[in-house]
Design a protein around this ligand. Structure first.
Ligand SMILES: NC(=O)C1=CN([C@@H]2O[C@H](COP(=O)(O)OP(=O)(O)OC[C@H]3O[C@@H](n4cnc5c(N)ncnc54)[C@H](OP(=O)(O)O)[C@@H]3O)[C@@H](O)[C@H]2O)C=CC1
Ligand SMILES: O=C(O)[C@@H]1CCC=N1
Length: 261
């Protein structure tokens, strides 16, 4: 199975790196393209078996799966370039945030029919096979859906959802990486103010956040259930939590997520 990624930047490059570590795809069957040689060299230095090219139309010709990973304002230009070389046996995956199937159909329709198109929104942890990827499908068979889910499951976890939910899933799962990291940064800064060295604070906060997330997944529990186990009545955790809430913690997160939408 050959996969071509058009646009090997933060996300396209991360997907290529993740795929190169997966068992489903041979690294020599991965091709990435970019506008500049510098980006392609960076991919080669990660794994020299990944094919690199600046020729998008050549890259898509023999691919079974084509992943479009350019900035949203470049999708029209890229589609114009590659659409003549795409056929209905190929699968297109657009990771371009905010571009609906209705629009992708117009861009990639071959003759009377559109190929199978997926929208996938991973996050940057895909480079280390720890992504959460939301996927919506259009014109695809159940077999094709299974195939695409199996690829992204190898690169973390994936979920098939209706297209109308992609916006919310993007805010939570993709922008969410930045939101979680901003909490981590804030906690590190607090730790330093209380006397810890930066590297010590980072280690403590990173493992604590990872452990908190693992608790939810391992115990299949609700966050408040786990919080109850930490908050000693009259103790220090509830004092900290309430102070954060007075400053608008929950509200700030909900407002931020809705603004991302
Ligand atoms: N970053 C993220 O966390 C996420 C991003 N997305 C979506 O992914 C898409 C890409 O975002 P991101 O990776 O952050 O952006 P980047 O700018 O990092 O990557 C875009 C890539 O496209 C390449 N490119 C530009 N023009 C061409 C061209 N004509 N032919 C081939 N490649 C080209 C660039 O090449 P060069 O490097 O040489 O300039 C660059 O490598 C966006 O649409 C975004 O909505 C979706 C989910 C998460
Ligand atoms: O910020 C953005 O627009 C992209 C889409 C999701 C994550 N990054």
């Amino acid at each position: 199975m050959k996969i071509s990624i058009i646009g090997a930047g933060n996300m396209g490059g991360a997907i290529a790196k993740g795929l190169a570590q997966s068992t489903l795809i041979n690294t020599t069957d991965i091709t990435v393209t970019a506008a500049t040689q510098k980006t392609l060299d960076a991919i080669k230095s990660f794994n020299r078996d990944i094919n690199t090219s600046k020729n998008n139309s050549e890259a898509v010709k023999n691919a079974n799966i084509i992943i479009i990973a350019v900035k949203p304002w470049l999708i029209d230009k890229i589609a114009k370039e590659i659409a003549p070389y795409i056929n209905n046996n190929q699968i297109i995956i657009s990771i371009v945030a905010g571009v609906p199937f209705e629009y992708l159909d117009k861009l990639f329709r071959c003759a009377q029919d559109a190929p199978a198109i997926f929208r996938a929104i991973p996050n940057t942890a895909i480079s280390i096979k720890e992504s959460m990827t939301a996927i919506a499908s259009y014109n695809a068979s159940t077999e094709q859906e299974k195939l695409i889910l199996s690829i992204f499951n190898e690169l973390g976890k994936s979920i098939l959802i209706e297209e109308r939910l992609m916006v919310a899933a993007t805010a939570l799962g993709s922008c969410g990486t930045a939101f979680a990291l901003r909490y981590i940064r804030a906690a590190i800064e607090g730790g330093i103010e209380m006397g810890l060295y930066a590297h010590q604070a980072k280690e403590i906060v990173s493992q604590t956040v990872k452990g908190a997330a693992e608790l939810l997944m391992h115990n299949q529990s609700h966050p408040e259930e786990e919080i109850d186990k930490v908050t000693t009545p009259g103790g220090i955790t509830i004092k900290g939590l309430n102070e954060m809430e007075h400053a608008g913690f929950t509200s700030a997160i909900i407002r931020g997520l809705k603004a991302s939408r």
